[in-house]
Design a protein around this ligand. Structure first.
Ligand code: ZN
Length: 143
């Protein structure tokens, strides 16, 4: 997706896929149209993402988790911290696990978009605003 930084704030220029995705979600959202169904499906979809990730470790073994305390030098500044923190993931997803995770993450995005649609929130606006927060707050966005 292309973006434009000419105004100092990134705007999603080619947002047509977002519009098409939200429209498609709205069209197929018949069986789970209730906000209660969508909220519970979001939780189910998120659990399936976690389960697919865990199965890549415990059933397939294409990735492993090697975790320990993050070791950030005391003199590291905020902008260089990212070079010291680790994901704790070793290895790469195999084709089967990648496919499973892409499918589960796609379902999670579907239900997140469904909730936005039911609440009459525009996906493009949400992502543009979030991108602006990322650009403004940077590494402090999720702390
Ligand atoms: Zn695998």
């Amino acid at each position: 997706m292309r973006s434009d930084t000419s105004k100092g704030v990134r705007h999603l220029r080619d947002a047509s896929i977002l519009d098409r995705f939200q429209d498609a979600v709205d069209e197929v959202l018949i069986r789970h149209r209730s906000v209660l169904d969508v909220l519970s499906k979001i939780q189910e979809a998120d659990s399936r993402v976690a389960r697919a990730t865990a199965k890549a470790v415990t059933a397939c073994g294409c990735i492993a988790v090697q975790a320990d305390r993050q070791r950030i030098p005391a003199d590291a500044d905020a902008l260089s911290v990212h070079q010291y923190v680790r994901s704790h993931i070793e290895g790469d997803l195999c084709g089967r696990c990648r496919e499973a995770l892409e499918r589960e993450l796609g379902q999670a995005l579907f239900y997140q978009t469904a909730l936005a649609t039911l609440l009459q929130l525009d996906l493009r606006t949400l992502l543009t605003d979030e991108l602006q927060r990322l650009n403004t707050l940077g590494i402090y966005n999720l702390t």
